[in-house]
Design a protein around this ligand. Sequence first.
Ligand SMILES: C[S@@+](CC[C@H](N)C(=O)[O-])C[C@H]1O[C@@H](n2cnc3c(N)ncnc32)[C@H](O)[C@@H]1O
Length: 222
Amino acid sequence: MIESKIVDPYVESYIKELIPNEEGLLAALELYAHEHLVPIVQPEIAQYLKVFTKLVKPKSVLEIGTAIGYSGALFATTMQKGTIDTIELKEEMYVKAQETFSELKELVPEVTVNQYLGSAEDVLPTIEKKFDMIFIDASKGHYKAFFDLCYPLLNDGGVVISDNVLYKGMIATNLYVVRRKITIVKRMRQYLTFLSTHPELDTTVLPMGDGLAISIKKGGQA
Ligand SMILES: C[S@@+](CC[C@H](N)C(=O)[O-])C[C@H]1O[C@@H](n2cnc3c(N)ncnc32)[C@H](O)[C@@H]1O
């Protein structure tokens, strides 16, 4: 296990031990991700997203960064009903995620998944619907650009979840910053300040996994 610079390793491993093992499709995707070194949400983030999705009960989710469709499948199996629109830059990931979502259709027939192949910067301006929940989990240096493009697609009272915002401990202190990541670090710090001071948002940053920011758009019922 890579040492966490965000949570005490003993707390992290204790929390991980408490998480029940996934079965079926999600377990198979975890194994695939492990064997093929595909980055997917960490187990404690997956568990949090599951609980959070049950609380928020979104009918529509937009995801930036599909990879093999693990988090998409997690949202779908938790929601049981609704739509997921998910964007992926790399064709090989997009194709693997197609397999995932066709298997998923058998498990949760009332969830419709719309996949987009391309960069979120190009795809987002073409999407005309609105969403209850947006999950940003793609290239970390571009979160602000992703946010600017997807925020107009967020319903009032909707939620934006941004993953990896404490990026290996580098965001909260210069102590862990490595030179070649300086631009990402600067941009992520600006992004977190932007979210935290945005007049239409209430934001909380959670020190779990690689750091998670949850931002709720004021208005609506939230
Ligand atoms: C951390 S992975 C996503 C993991 C996935 N959300 C999960 O937990 O199962 C990030 C993905 O974002 C994709 N990506 C990176 N930059 C992107 C962009 N500009 N637009 C769309 N996808 C992008 C990468 O190819 C990669 O597959």
